[in-house]
Write a new protein. Structure first.
Length: 281
């Protein structure tokens, strides 16, 4: 039986992020074990899973903040994992928002959103400031352009970080657990900004523990565990009616943590990581 070999990359401009057989090891520890997936233009993909499952490593490999051990990643059909790739140019197409805000403490919010425009994109300072101000308006901080990070709450700082990423005019946004460092009462404002971006058609790849956000906003949910994709599909299926036992166990712990028996989590963690701790010959 013969079949058609898929084209890699696809050549379709709407296949904005293409990941093929991605592996990543840190010494003897293999964190990613062959990830293959595609994120399409305008799609919101939420990546969920337990700590240590490889979610953040996957995201960091997409823009080559981590160098994959094996596999290929294409951004807009250009291979960022090619040794000869213009990595800096390809990174300008992707905005990245981290768990920590990573703002320059000595610069105001407006200056944080203009410095890369001027130095990397070589924009005229007046044009850069106008675009930065528009993005601060977009995240609800139009009146805080003159404030320094220390004068803002964590949620406000994270919204400035989103505005900074948007100020590079990216085609897609990568979010690495953007609300994990925030007080619970500050999470909503950040998620609201992300929801607005999704409704505006921004391509987004989001590593998150916010199940309500994933259920409401995602077009597709990827559940990872042990460095592999265990299950993926629409949120109504993956979160609402998961087919894999590991997915069901994870969601029960996240959505109904008060009914988890003490010690079960320790046992499950030990089972998942037993192979990683086995001495090699």
């Amino acid at each position: 039986m013969t079949g058609t070999t898929p084209s890699i990359p696809t050549g379709n401009r709407n296949d904005e992020i293409q990941i093929y057989d991605l592996h990543k090891s840190f010494g003897d520890l293999e964190v990613l074990k062959g990830i293959t997936t595609t994120v399409h233009r305008g799609e919101v993909v939420c990546v969920i899973g337990p700590s240590g499952s490889g979610k953040s490593t996957l995201l960091r490999c997409v823009n080559l903040l981590e160098q994959p051990t094996q596999g290929r990643v294409f951004i807009l059909n250009e291979e960022i994992t090619d040794p000869d790739a213009d990595i800096d140019r390809l990174r300008t197409t992707m905005g990245m928002v981290f768990q920590s805000f990573n703002l320059f403490p000595h610069l105001t919010a407006l200056e944080n959103c203009t410095i890369a425009q001027i130095r990397v994109l070589k924009k005229n300072p007046d044009e850069a400031r106008a675009f930065a101000q528009a993005n601060l308006d977009k995240v609800g901080l139009g009146d805080r352009g003159g404030s320094y990070p220390a004068q803002m709450s964590g949620g406000q700082q994270q919204r400035v970080a989103i505005a900074r990423a948007l100020s590079m005019d990216p085609e897609m946004m990568l979010f690495d657990e953007p609300t994990s460092a925030l007080d619970p009462e500050l999470v909503g404002d950040v998620l609201s900004v992300m929801r607005d971006l999704a409704q505006g058609g921004m391509t987004m790849m989001v590593v998150t523990h916010e199940m309500a956000f994933a259920r409401e906003v995602a077009d597709r949910v990827i559940f990872m565990d042990g460095g592999v994709i265990v299950e993926e599909g629409p949120p109504a299926e993956v979160i609402g009616k998961p087919t894999h036992e590991r997915t069901r166990t994870f969601l029960k712990r996240v959505l109904d943590p008060t009914h988890v028996n003490a010690g079960d989590e320790d046992e499950a963690y030990a089972q998942r990581h037993a192979a990683d701790s086995t001495p090699t010959a």
